[in-house]
Design a protein around this ligand. Structure first.
Ligand SMILES: Cc1ncc(COP(=O)(O)O)c(C=O)c1O
Length: 354
């Protein structure tokens, strides 16, 4: 009898990170993964292409040039920043650094679908606190769910997939209530789309100074670099250092670093993308509303259609029209906004939706 290597038991029954397929229909609009529309252009494309020619060399250890640029733009010391190949790999490293077997991670639910998978892989246990009826985080219930085994709490703000945000004052009260040995991860993957003014008490330096807060951000969404894979974490030097210690020495490619630096250095492309996405978001919400589909107020680059049991049928009708959207069976459908062709295709879909 031949023995085979045995994977860790925590991996048993691990769900797959799902993707949406077009099947036999030509794709007209891809609105299923909250990516920015269009392709790379201008200085960002130029920087990425120039970096390809230099790719015989390793990048700087720890993505130090990008970390330094982020530190300057955010007003924190370099020691407070960790960069890697996306916000999700950084969350995984946070869990690797902080989670012990059996520890609990409190999240809202429904929220970003990767959270329970990452927690399971890390050997932890997810404690999922239902969203309120309006799709927003129930922060008092999340605070009440923190117990002796809780090691981390994740607040997704704006929340994927509902697009809702937590009021800054409520977040401040929540952070004050969380015990100092529990790490709060503020997943701000979509923060650039959030039009609300941010009080000084919730600025990135103020959050990092709290000691038990880690802010996660990404270049995948508003910066439009999802395929290049760049994210960053800002926290106290202690937390950021723990995460850096479990990252590989070269956590971001030189091409991704070059593109991210160019995007930081030329903020007008980001500002234009954010402005047009916000306008389009209002128009898409109005179109849906005119057909009786009321979406929660979104501060992200997507809207949430709470269609309940009809969600999968709606997504299938979209697919038949070449529109890829993200259904969550029995709950709702998330549609990424930003593509200028979205409304025309969505109007066709809605014309056939009873
Ligand atoms: C809330 C949230 N966090 C993190 C991520 C992952 O970002 P990245 O591409 O930087 O890994 C996503 C991507 O969809 C997301 O929606």
């Amino acid at each position: 009898m031949s023995a085979a290597p045995v994977a860790r038991p925590e991996l048993a029954g691990l769900a797959a990170y799902s993707s949406v397929a077009a099947g036999d229909v030509p794709v007209r609009v891809r609105a299923s993964s909250n990516e920015a529309p269009g392709g790379l252009t201008g200085p960002v494309l130029d920087a990425a292409l120039a970096a390809v020619a230099g790719a015989t060399r390793y990048p700087l250890i720890g993505g130090a040039d990008l970390a330094a640029a982020l530190a300057v733009s955010l007003g924190v010391p370099d020691s407070s920043v960790a960069v890697a190949d996306g916000a999700l790999p950084l969350l995984d490293r946070l869990l690797l650094a902080y989670l012990r077997p059996g520890d609990e991670v409190v999240t809202a639910w429904r929220s970003y679908e990767a959270y329970p998978l990452s927690v399971q892989v890390a050997g932890g246990r997810s404690v999922a606190v239902p969203l309120r009826a309006d799709g927003s985080h129930d922060l008092p219930a999340m605070a009440a769910a923190i117990g002796p085994a809780t090691r981390l709490v994740i607040v997704c703000n704006p929340n994927n997939p509902t697009g809702t945000v937590v009021p800054w004052a409520d977040l401040a009260g929540f952070l004050d209530a969380v015990p100092p040995d529990v790490l709060v991860v503020l997943d701000e993957a979509y923060t650039e789309y959030d039009a609300r003014p941010r009080p000084d008490t919730m600025s990135v330096p103020a959050l990092a100074a709290r000691g038990n807060v880690a802010v996660l951000r990404t270049f995948s969404k508003a910066h439009g670099l999802a395929g290049l894979r760049v994210g960053y974490l800002v926290a106290s030097a202690g937390v950021a250092g723990a995460v850096r210690s479990v990252l590989p020495p070269f956590p971001v490619s030189s091409i991704a670093v070059a593109a991210a630096l160019a995007s930081l250095a030329h903020p007008s492309a980001l500002a234009d993308r954010v402005a047009s996405t916000r306008k389009e978001r209002a128009r898409v919400a109005a179109l849906l509303g005119s057909r009786g589909i009321v979406v929660p107020d979104s501060e992200a680059n997507f809207v949430w259609l709470p269609l309940g049991p009809r969600s999968s049928a709606f997504a299938e009708l979209c697919r038949e029209h070449g529109l890829l959207v993200r259904p969550f069976d029995g709950e709702g459908v998330r549609i990424t906004v930003g593509d200028p062709d979205l409304r025309a295709v969505l109007a066709e879909v809605l014309a056939g939706w009873e």
